[in-house]
Ligand binder design. Structure first.
Ligand SMILES: NC(=O)c1ccc[n+]([C@@H]2O[C@H](COP(=O)([O-])OP(=O)(O)OC[C@H]3O[C@@H](n4cnc5c(N)ncnc54)[C@H](OP(=O)(O)O)[C@@H]3O)[C@@H](O)[C@H]2O)c1
Length: 284
């Protein structure tokens, strides 16, 4: 059994259930797992999670840690509701899992509990997404809370980090890496279809390319991570791509191509930098 008191999980969606798996794997006891709507509770139960719905359960009183794994917009109203309910034990730790929200959303509980956030840097697309091995950003109201939450994170197999600067920039970065690969894949599949390759074959063919590119991005730094025309200084190839992408149906992909290529040009800082900038900064 871990050194942590029982955890109440609020939210039966993707993060709530994935956290539960991580907590259970670490033998942290669960006081209760609650979600607001019966439909979500039913969906979570269908996936093997013991989740209750309805009014806030009395067993929240037994929790040393409350984790609010609810949508960002629901955090402030939930904190108010919990405060009004009187169910949060004095000195409990109350966490939210949002990268975009700071601790002000938990303000109603801040005078009686230790408030903090723990944002896993994982793209949690299902209720059974493994969190172990990932990093997570922690912000606690005070040092002692930070240490306690870092320890809970390590118990779940997460690697804690703290940011002291702009939280919104931090979250924009997490969204770029967590969601842009999917957008890149969707754009590439559309272009493959124009080249006569069916969507299912396109996904199969592009998958290993995306994985190898991701591996390069993770394992190598700066110019050494790149392949393709920009690192080779091949301005004509990029110019031809832009000509084709000028089609009216491809406006979004053309913009994506220009914006991504500019970041690549600045990162690579290689041959033909000025020519690439002149070419890519144009556009519609
Ligand atoms: N998915 C990710 O990749 C990821 C990664 C890191 C952090 N997060 C954070 O995790 C949190 C939850 O996201 P998710 O991906 O798990 O979303 P999700 O799967 O859509 O689940 C959303 C949860 O929020 C609850 N909820 C929505 N409105 C509510 C309200 N007004 N009152 C009470 N509960 C409400 C839902 O409960 P009912 O359906 O029962 O109403 C559900 O349990 C967010 O703060 C998000 O920023 C997500």
């Amino acid at each position: 059994v871990s050194g942590f008191g029982p955890v109440a999980l609020l939210g039966g969606g993707r993060l709530g259930c994935s956290l539960r798996l991580a907590l259970e794997a670490a033998a942290v006891p669960i006081a209760v797992h609650w979600t607001r709507s019966p439909t979500t509770a039913e969906a979570a139960r269908a996936e093997g999670f013991d989740v209750v719905s309805g009014p806030l359960p009395e067993s929240i009183r037994d929790a040393a840690v409350l984790f609010l794994a609810v949508s960002d917009r629901a955090l402030a109203p939930m904190a108010e509701e919990l405060c009004r309910s009187g169910l949060v034990a004095r000195e409990a730790t109350v966490l939210h899992g949002s990268g975009a929200s700071d601790l002000s959303v938990l303000a109603p509980l801040a005078s009686s509990a230790h408030v903090a956030s723990l944002h896993p840097l994982v793209s949690v697309a299902s209720r059974r997404t493994p969190l172990s091995g990932a990093a997570c950003a922690i912000e606690g109201a005070d040092d002692e809370t930070n240490h306690r939450v870092e320890s809970l994170a390590r118990t779940m197999g997460l690697v804690p980090l703290r940011f002291r600067g702009d939280r919104t920039r931090y979250h924009a970065a997490a969204c770029i890496v967590g969601n842009f690969p999917q957008a890149l894949m969707a754009a590439a599949v559309r272009l493959f279809e124009d080249a006569g390759i069916e969507a299912s074959s396109a996904r199969e063919a592009l998958g290993p390319l995306l994985t190898s590119a991701a591996r390069n991005a993770v394992e190598r730094d700066g110019a050494a991570a790149f392949s393709g025309p920009i690192i080779r200084g091949d301005v004509e190839v990029v110019a031809r791509h832009l000509e084709v992408l000028a089609a009216p149906s491809l406006v979004d992909i053309e913009r994506l191509y220009r914006a991504n290529s500019l970041v690549a040009v600045h990162t690579v800082d290689g041959p033909q930098r000025t020519a690439f900038e002149a070419l890519l900064e144009g556009g519609r």
